[in-house]
Design a protein around this ligand. Structure first.
Ligand code: DGL
Length: 262
């Protein structure tokens, strides 16, 4: 059982930021990653569409006999994970914007959240914010346009800088000291974000927490792979192999990055 793969999916290449943390913590695990880039961005789709895409990805990963599925996408988690957990008989790990640590540690009392429309509009996000940040000013900003630019491999473009400045300046003006990245694509923007934000702003994402949670859940189900060798690392995209390859920039011999129609 333990040699079965950890399955992961995202609307595209962004969830590889989560894959990275999971692989760093659990290097001997076999992993299968699905970049559903053909259908990105999820963030501007209806909940029904996001659910249908999440089911499609889950069915593929189940056909590959995965032992656990990591929904490496905030938008799919906040819109589909309850359904997935109720309807499939394996553990699911989800990812949500890290509002709690930001709200707890903020000194200015003002926290920024950059996430997709689909995530910010979800009831799960409203519940988490009400629970952990009710005495904080939470500035929510849709990251419209960011995911398509990352999917096109245009992280360092002028267009990206213009968009990020437009989204961050109002938060800077209101004195945020934490910026929560509520989309798994956004950790790839950290160098660009740091150029715009004052050094007093801490950027946080949920990658490390998701990796720890994956390890804990695997251990609780006695599903950890105890081998001493690096796992097989399979990555599939239904769009652009070159973009996925360049973002991953992997040296591991056991990594295979391929096109697949799913
Ligand atoms: N990586 C996805 C997330 O975490 C991006 C969603 C999108 O495709 O809009 O929300």
């Amino acid at each position: 059982m333990s040699t079965q793969a950890i399955g992961m999916f995202d609307s595209g290449v962004g969830g590889t930021s989560i894959w990275r943390e999971i692989h760093a913590l659990l290097p001997s695990e076999n992993t299968i990653y699905l970049a559903d880039s053909k259908y990105a961005p999820y963030g501007e789709k209806t909940q029904k569409e996001i659910l249908e895409l999440s089911i499609k990805n889950t069915e593929y990963l189940l056909s590959r006999n995965c032992k656990i599925i990591v929904v490496a996408c905030n938008t799919a988690t906040t819109n589909a994970i309850d359904y997935l957990r109720e309807n499939y008989n394996i553990p699911f790990i989800g990812i949500e914007p890290a509002i709690k640590p930001a709200a707890l540690n903020s000194k200015t009392g003002v926290v920024g959240v950059l996430a997709t429309r689909g995530t910010l509009a979800s009831s799960l996000f409203s519940k988490t914010t009400a629970l952990y940040a009710k005495d904080r000013l939470v500035l929510e900003q849709f990251g419209d346009g960011l995911v398509p630019l990352i999917e096109a491999g245009e992280i360092e473009s002028d267009e990206m800088e213009v968009l990020l400045t437009k989204y961050l300046q109002p938060m800077i003006d209101k004195n945020i000291d934490y910026l929560v990245l509520g989309c798994t694509h956004y950790p790839y923007l950290i160098p660009q974000l740091k150029k715009i934000l004052p050094p007093s702003v801490t950027i946080i994402d949920s990658g490390v927490a998701v990796a720890k949670q994956t390890k804990n859940v695997l251990a609780a189900h006695q599903l950890l792979n105890t081998s001493n060798t690096t796992g097989t690392l399979e990555f599939y995209t239904n769009k652009n192999v070159a973009v996925l390859q360049s973002l991953l920039a992997l040296n591991e011999k056991s990594a295979v990055i391929s096109a697949l129609d799913f």
